[in-house]
Design a protein around this ligand. Sequence first.
Ligand code: NDP
Ligand code: PYC
Length: 341
Amino acid sequence: MSAPSTSTVVRVPFTELQGLLQAIFQRHGCSERVARVLAYNCASAQRDGAHSHGVFRMPGYVSTLNSGWVDGQATPKVNDVAAGYVTVDAAGGFAQPALAVARELLVAKARNAGIAVLAIHNSHHFAALWPDVEPFAEEGLVALSVVNSMTCVVPHGARKPLFGTNPIAFAAPCAEHDPIVFDMATSAMAHGDVQIAARAGQQLPEGMGVDANGELTTDPLAILEGGALLPFGGHKGSALSMMVELLAAALTGGHFSWEFDWSGHPGAKTPWTGQLIIVIDPHKAEGERFAQRSRELVEQMQAVGLTRMPGERRYREREVAEEEGVAVTEQELQGLKELLG
Ligand code: NDP
Ligand code: PYC
């Protein structure tokens, strides 16, 4: 997560920002349904200070839509394949509208069987992953999601990039508390944060990536222009990234991070891959006790000195945004108005 780097920050009401983003998506070829889902997602990321996937992403969405790489009008096809299994062919569109159409069936199956899987393929995911899981925890469910992206990460011990930045997001209910949520790239840094650092002319901490010769570098431009990122935590992050490729691509029928070729679509930025979501109903096992046990865990973590839970920074930023409006720089706002054309 990087803070916005430029110009004066202004505060915009959430619904106003969402409306502006939706108008941009529609202006560049998205259906009303798709534009609404993506705008809510992107405005939520901006509201929560998830800057690598907030309004920073809008030029990338627009250039992708204009390149014809993604179908902004796609109608996802939902398949009810088994008691605990739903698949969706996103039809070359975005993953979040595909999740939206399959969500009710997924939740019904999870509540019935105790666990259900949603496997989305033929989809583009260009966003933060926590918005896909947090709402399940708000309904008392546990959710885990993985999505693979585009080749830019060198597997631990290898010489060349292969994996995507491949995030993992998890959400669980917690009694008298916001849901426990974490959402993290399995690369040492999200690609979006490398781009933000490059734009701001900032160096990166050591150990994030390598240059085109495979040498360690702290220069974000060297990583973006022919270099690559490293997994977080050496062989451990690398194994998790491998798992994401298996679950998000091999299991769903989506592309691995290296399998799609967007060279015929200049301006395309969105990875054409897959996404897996696993939803568990904890009431089947521990009844109401799960959320209470979550609370006990948080209390014990705090008792040993923990002062910041994953997700907590976002919740704090959200609270401020709900009071004062969503923080956007004047420069970003101007850029959004220009995208409206
Ligand atoms: P961060 O490293 O910023 O954060 C990872 C997680 O750790 C978050 O849940 C965060 O909580 C938590 N956290 C951060 N610092 C602390 C701390 N000091 N103590 C406790 N918890 C902490 O995320 P990444 O840079 O790895 O990923 C950023 C975003 O990029 C994610 O939303 C991810 O989904 C997205 N992404 C999307 C991809 C795609 O293909 N669609 C590919 C790769 C990344 P908090 O949120 O509260 O800061
Ligand atoms: O930040 O790594 C990233 C990313 C890839 C695709 C969307 N976001």
